[in-house]
Design a protein around this ligand. Structure first.
Ligand code: ZN
Length: 160
């Protein structure tokens, strides 16, 4: 069976950055399971997997536009420390969820200078070209429930 729309695809993967740093890997875990055609994974990887079957291995480099998007300077802003109210000690690298006009965004503290806190609303991997080494371990039909939910249940997928 080939990976394509409405198929459940299970993959082992290693994700490395342009500089060769391993950012994420399914090593030592269950394979990642996703439902093809539902935007469960980044578009560039989903496109690269179309037509693949169990046992296929591929290496693919995905530009930012097909991964987590380009960095937007407008998403970096300074806010006063008071904006955090009673938040615990603030440190560079801390992440918060913020309500924005585009929905919930994760923002990261990227700088602290006195009472000025610099926040970055870009995805941590925005602007990065991502390099995936992938092995397809299984392609199967989804259950009716998985199709209705738009994601995979059980091992490697959602538990709820
Ligand atoms: Zn579900």
């Amino acid at each position: 069976m080939q990976a394509g729309d409405n198929k459940v695809v299970l993959i082992h993967y290693t994700l490395t950055s342009d500089s060769g740093e391993v950012l994420d890997s399914s090593d030592g875990r269950e394979p990642l399971a996703y439902l093809h055609g539902f935007g469960n994974i980044i578009p560039g990887l989903e496109n690269a997997l179309a037509g693949k079957k169990a046992g296929d291995k591929l290496k693919v480099s995905i530009p930012p536009a097909e991964a987590y998007g380009l960095r937007e300077d407008g998403l970096v802003q300074e806010v006063p420390r008071a904006a955090f109210g009673g938040a615990p000690d603030l440190e560079v690298g801390m992440q918060f969820q913020a309500q924005t006009p585009e929905g919930i965004r994760v923002v990261t503290i990227v700088g602290i200078e006195g009472d000025n806190i610099t926040l970055d609303g870009n995805h941590p991997l925005a602007g990065e070209t991502l390099h995936f080494a992938v092995e397809v371990t299984e392609v199967r039909e989804p259950t009716d429930e998985e199709l209705a939910h738009g994601h995979v249940h059980g091992e490697g997928g959602h538990h709820h």
